[in-house]
Design a protein around this ligand. Structure first.
Ligand code: P6P
Length: 322
């Protein structure tokens, strides 16, 4: 042990015992997912599970594994009333009398990248269940109690906010998530923009003009490089550490955006804002969006405040908002 705080101890200190237990369950699940991914090539867990999930996407075997582990570990925590997963059509409620949290997650985002050994991740949002579950799931992201993601890469890193800043934890040789950064701040402006430019022809024009403006170095005289991994958690983690902007605009195929509001955009927007960054759907702050259904999609532009503010200004001026 390095004498550093663990994720559970950090969350307990920042937000109390009950939430500490929730994050202990998430860390326990993440350890098992990380191990499964690390040795994926040696066992029969690569590739499709032969089923299609609620999103109509080919379920990968590791999606199923990650979903089962997170559901199992969170199901043991008395303060968790229910979970919502990208992999399940409906919420899964537990018989936990008086439980106050609903945990909403994408168990393994970007899992199709595992076959080529690219970073993938788990993304989690925690909301409070004051009344009934359906009401809790219609709260805006600004009501989140906590959020985190795990990026499974050369190292396994857990990044957490409980509303008092952003901390990161690295899985150590004792298989413990130990704190390696606290009070994380996204750089004011970054060197990278990150988007799938193959979709540019179907973006609203303001987005194309915005990228061209960055390429010309007209935002604060900054010359930009492009970085796109195609794994949301990896693209976000780089943006958090190095600054810049990640964009998934509306496209012809996904006019309401591709990414999911409840378990992708909201938790990452919460972490971004806690690190002095910003997140919008092009017209509205992500954390102000009022969800209508648990799997709804949104456009997502997230990153350093300077780039995100400039994008939202350009989209609103062009009247391109959704
Ligand atoms: P595209 C992965 O499938 C994912 O859900 C996110 O992790 C990623 O940001 C996005 O889709 C990539 O989408 O259309 O660029 O392949």
């Amino acid at each position: 042990m390095t004498g550093r705080l663990t994720a559970k101890q950090h969350v307990q200190k920042a937000a109390g015992h009950e939430l500490g237990e929730v994050f202990d369950a998430i860390a326990t699940a993440a350890r098992q997912i990380a191990r499964k991914i690390r040795f994926a090539g040696l066992s029969d867990v690569i590739g499709a599970a032969g089923a299609v999930n609620v999103q109509g996407e080919q379920q990968q075997k590791l999606d199923v594994f990650a979903n089962e582990i997170l559901t199992q570990e969170l199901g043991k925590v008395r303060s968790v009333a229910a979970i919502v997963s990208e992999e399940d059509e409906e919420p899964v409620a537990f018989q936990h009398e008086g439980a106050k949290y609903v945990v909403i997650f994408d168990p393994l985002d970007g899992s199709s990248n595992i076959d080529v050994n690219v970073n993938v991740g788990t993304i989690v949002s925690v909301q409070e269940v004051a009344g009934d579950l359906q009401t809790a799931l219609k709260q805006p992201g600004s009501k989140q109690i906590a959020a985190c993601y795990v990026v499974y890469g050369p190292s396994t890193v857990l990044v957490v906010t409980t509303g008092a800043g952003v901390a990161s934890f690295t899985l150590d040789e004792d298989d413990e998530f130990v704190r390696t950064a606290d009070g994380m701040r996204m750089p004011e402006q970054g060197p990278y923009y990150s988007a799938n430019e193959a979709n540019a022809s179907s973006w609203p024009p303001a987005y194309r003009e915005y990228i061209a403006m960055l390429q010309r170095g007209e935002l604060g005289g900054k010359a930009y490089s492009s970085r796109y991994i195609g794994s949301l958690v990896a693209d976000f983690h780089r943006t958090l550490l190095k600054g810049g902007v990640f964009l998934y605009p509306p496209t012809a195929k996904t006019p309401r955006g591709k990414l999911r509001l409840l378990y992708e955009a909201n938790p990452l927007a919460f972490i971004a804002e806690q690190a002095h960054g910003a997140a919008t759907n092009g017209a509205t702050r992500i954390l102000d969006l009022m969800p209508e259904e648990i799997h709804e999609r949104t456009a997502l532009i997230v990153g350093s405040r300077r780039e995100v503010d400039a994008l939202q200004k350009a989209v609103l001026a062009a009247g391109d908002s959704l």
